[in-house]
Write a protein that binds this ligand. Structure first.
Ligand code: ZN
Length: 200
């Protein structure tokens, strides 16, 4: 039975959009060793601290093709795991149905915009021991697999938005920026500012 890598890690700061590592393709994972396992443990700890459903290595500043997830599918069943060297297969023809749900990113926190993506995907790659794996994702899990694999190819979901949606996303993130310290989630998210009372 493979080692449980979902616990025992340390929280790392989350890398933000604009940092070069987030906008370049990553290196293939070739060593399934203790160093990789430590990274995976830290990624689980970081994702959970930030209350995310997926996290790519680039989001902790590491240019390796690996992501972790803990995400509900279309039936609200939570799936937890790690994928190295992921590739996503998307449906075509009559099997291709788009889901226009909201998407957000821990590396651009505080903003959400609708983004149409296929509602099913097959994600293939390797587990943390180097064994081949094949996972099917429905609902939010399908979105997660596509979002995280994009990250490892240097693509952020803002790159897939229309100019108008991207502008709205940028505005939402700018408005919420005060809540996210530079080393978040090591330092916690700050409380929302109370609405300014009307002066009389
Ligand atoms: Zn993201």
């Amino acid at each position: 039975m493979p080692t449980d890598l979902t616990s025992g890690g340390s929280v790392r700061p989350i890398t933000r959009w604009g940092t070069p590592v987030m906008h370049a393709p990553t290196r293939e994972v070739t060593e399934f060793d203790d160093e990789l396992h430590e990274l995976v443990r830290d990624m689980f700890a970081t994702m959970r601290e930030a209350q995310g459903v997926g996290l790519a290595a680039t989001q902790v500043g590491v240019d390796l093709a690996v992501f972790v997830f803990e995400c509900p599918d279309a039936d609200d069943r939570i799936h937890t795991g790690v994928v190295c060297n992921p590739e996503v297969e998307l449906p075509s023809g009559k099997d291709r149905r788009l889901d226009a749900g909201d998407e957000g990113c821990l590396s651009y926190p505080g903003g959400y915009q609708a983004l149409s993506r296929p509602d099913w995907t097959r994600c293939t790659g390797q587990d943390a021991e180097g064994n081949p794996i094949e996972l099917e994702g429905t609902g939010f899990l399908a979105r997660c697999f596509q979002h995280e694999t994009d990250h490892l190819n240097g693509i952020v979901f803002g790159d897939r938005l229309s100019a108008r949606s991207r502008r709205k996303l940028d505005e939402q993130v700018a408005e919420m920026a005060y809540r996210y310290p530079d080393d978040w989630p090591i330092s916690p998210k700050r409380a929302a500012e109370p609405a300014t009372a009307a002066s009389s």
